[in-house]
Design a protein around this ligand. Sequence first.
Ligand code: ZN
Ligand code: ZN
Length: 129
Amino acid sequence: MKYSNSRSTKQMRLIFHIIQKNREHPTANEIFLAARQTLPQISLGTVYRNIDKLVESHKIFKFDSGENKFRYDIMEEEHYHARCLLCGKIRDLTGVDLSAVRKQCRKESHFKKLEIKLEITGICPECCK
Ligand SMILES: [Zn+2]
Ligand SMILES: [Zn+2]
């Protein structure tokens, strides 16, 4: 018997859409809660499985936001994240270019696959009001 994969395709599309749509960099649990509004039967395990598949196929990426939580973002140009210490909101910084820093680190360390993890935090404009 041939198995139809339309249900899993639908689930994956929904999860991708949730991550893409609000640019809020949701956690797996937040994705799960949002997915349940459309598919009330969906389980947390299914959500995790779909997230992993999307990460593996480079449609989304996983990052550590510095709160001991993983968050998810859609794959696009390289960017950094600034996190508000009061409300936890994450802002995309697309204009920050660290290529000179990277080059220098590579030159001095002689490391390959060099990765720079940057934690940028502060107080967002809304919380400053
Ligand atoms: Zn804030
Ligand atoms: Zn982002």
